[in-house]
Design a protein around this ligand. Structure first.
Ligand code: ADP
Ligand code: GLC
Length: 480
């Protein structure tokens, strides 16, 4: 039995701010249980719902030296859908209302978490063959493992993988501070190790020391070796190209299934969507006080409202877009200027635009199920899960050809009658608008063609099956 430990800062269903949580929550249960014992460790945040904390079992506690103080480390455990989860408890670090806050505080918190997560392993008697680390919050773990954490036999030869979900965030602060929190000696703070442009960089530590590096799509794996997408680490990633692979994300096909979805008004599938899907649209139009009209093309957006997602393009053409016969439904939170931009257009075109500036699992499912098209014009996109959810619900994605969007949405070709969505290449607002107009004309004038796009979208397979196999192959290759 090969033992794998996932270490991450968020995980569905316990705590989620974005796609990272979806991946960490859904991938471990897809491994072949005959050969892989994959467990997960995350912080025990105060914001985890009581329905889950009630089911956690207290295991043990100990004190750990951290930045000159002795810090409590509690260990909780829970089995959920066949996977064992461990939770690191410490009320000082994990009691916020959200997992993330101020960056310096996050750095202090996640270095604590990384060290605690490794220290927990001998106590729970789980010695993984591979520690699979996700994003900057866990970047020091490969470093600690190479440093043979606390000496001794236990940690000898444990391998590590660093998965990049988003290279934009690296956990960077001055060397002095990170040296103090990490407890690592001077040796590690040179430009070929943790130092990056004079500061210390946690993700870089992971990328230098991990035995293998992955990211969440093939295209992003190539892009990050270039200056534009490389966020200052393109040189390092190019140097490690032999150890870097892109494995596209999947989504949880049980959780996101229009045929069984508990959040939607009317369930449907690939056979009956022509009649049934539209009932969700009418219900949502009513719920959001939009004009109830099944002929209006409804475009959905579910997203963190950040620059990454291309909202400056949308802001630029929103007035023009609203002259078209469309409805726009937005669900998201994030940067204030984008929140206010959508609130403004909701006010200006109240029967056409619905801005829902909050977080809601339920409304997100309703949007995936109700809309005709789903807009995601990202500046960069490591993988993107929202477009996969849209495909699964027969909601046609309109995307920019970057990262995982390029790998998962096949552009419609009207001559060959192929494709699962619409896409454009350049980061240009009018190129995007042209693509939306084209999609709108197919939707309005060539309904049969539109439905064939939906047929192909719903037939595409973005369950975890194929990608979980690729991770398994990588684990086998690493452990030998
Ligand atoms: P990212 O991880 O960059 O935010 P992804 O497309 O990989 O982008 O994943 C986003 C996930 O977060 C999806 O599951 C999406 O449905 C969800 N999501 C984003 N914003 C909201 C929101 N306001 N309410 C509910 N779910 C949201
Ligand atoms: C990140 C990326 C997103 C990806 C997700 C899960 O948040 O922005 O593209 O789908 O991680 O890997």
């Amino acid at each position: 039995m090969k033992k794998i430990l996932f270490v991450a800062s968020e995980c569905v269903p316990f705590v989620k701010t974005g796609g990272l949580a979806d991946v960490v929550g859904s991938l471990p249960k897809c491994f072949d249980k005959r050969y892989f014992d994959c467990r997960v460790i995350i912080p025990k945040y105060l914001c985890i719902k009581k329905e889950y904390t009630d089911r956690m079992e207290y295991i043990d506690n100990f004190y750990m030296e951290y930045d000159g103080k002795s810090q409590y480390v509690g260990i909780f455990k829970m089995e959920y859908e066949g996977v064992i989860f461990y939770f690191v408890d410490n009320e000082y670090f994990f009691s916020g209302s959200k997992p993330y806050g101020d960056i310096l505080w996050d750095i202090e918190k996640f270095i604590f978490f990384s060290r605690a997560a490794l220290s927990v392993l001998p106590v729970v008697d789980f010695r993984p063959d591979i520690v699979h680390c996700h994003d900057w919050q866990t970047g020091l773990i490969p470093v600690y493992l190479k440093e043979r954490f606390h000496e001794g036999e236990f940690f000898r030869d444990i391998k590590s993988i660093m998965t990049i979900h988003n290279l934009k965030f690296q956990g960077t602060w001055d060397v002095k501070t990170i040296k103090a929190y990490s407890g690592l000696p001077d040796y590690f703070f040179s430009p070929d190790k943790l130092e990056s442009y004079k500061d210390a960089n946690l993700l870089k530590g992971g990328l230098v020391y991990a035995d293998a590096i992955t990211t969440v799509s093939k295209t992003y794996a190539e892009e990050i070796k270039t200056k534009f997408y490389g966020e200052g680490l393109d040189g390092l990633l190019a140097a490690r190209t032999k150890d870097l692979r892109g494995i596209v994300n999947g989504i949880d096909y049980d959780e996101y299934d229009p045929n069984t979805d508990k959040f939607i008004v009317n369930r449907y599938n690939a056979k009956d969507y022509r009649k049934e899907k539209v009932k969700n649209k009418k219900a949502l139009q009513q719920e959001l006080s939009l004009e109830v009209n099944d002929k209006k093309m409804m475009i959905g957006i579910v997203s963190r409202l950040t620059d990454q997602k291309g909202f400056d393009l949308i802001a630029y053409i929103m007035d023009e877009l609203c002259q078209m016969d469309v409805q726009i439904v937005v669900l998201g939170t994030g940067e204030e200027r984008y929140e206010n931009m959508f609130r403004h257009f909701d006010w200006k075109y109240s029967n056409k635009v619905s801005a829902n500036i909050y977080y809601s699992e339920e409304l997100s499912h309703k949007i995936y199920a109700s809309c005709d098209a789903f807009l995601m014009p990202s500046l960069f996109e490591p993988c993107g899960l929202s477009q996969l959810m849209a495909l699964r619900y027969g909601t046609v994605p309109i995307v920019r050809e970057t990262g995982g969007l390029k790998d998962t949405v096949e552009p419609y070709n009207e001559y060959e009658s192929t494709g699962t969505g619409f896409s454009f290449v350049n980061y240009n607002a009018h190129e995007m608008l042209g693509t939306i107009r084209y999609a709108h004309s197919v939707y309005t004038n060539k309904k049969r063609e539109w439905n064939k796009i939906i047929d192909r979208a719903m037939a595409a397979d973005f369950s975890w099956h194929a990608s979980a196999m690729k991770y398994q192959e990588m684990y086998d290759w690493l452990i030998g």
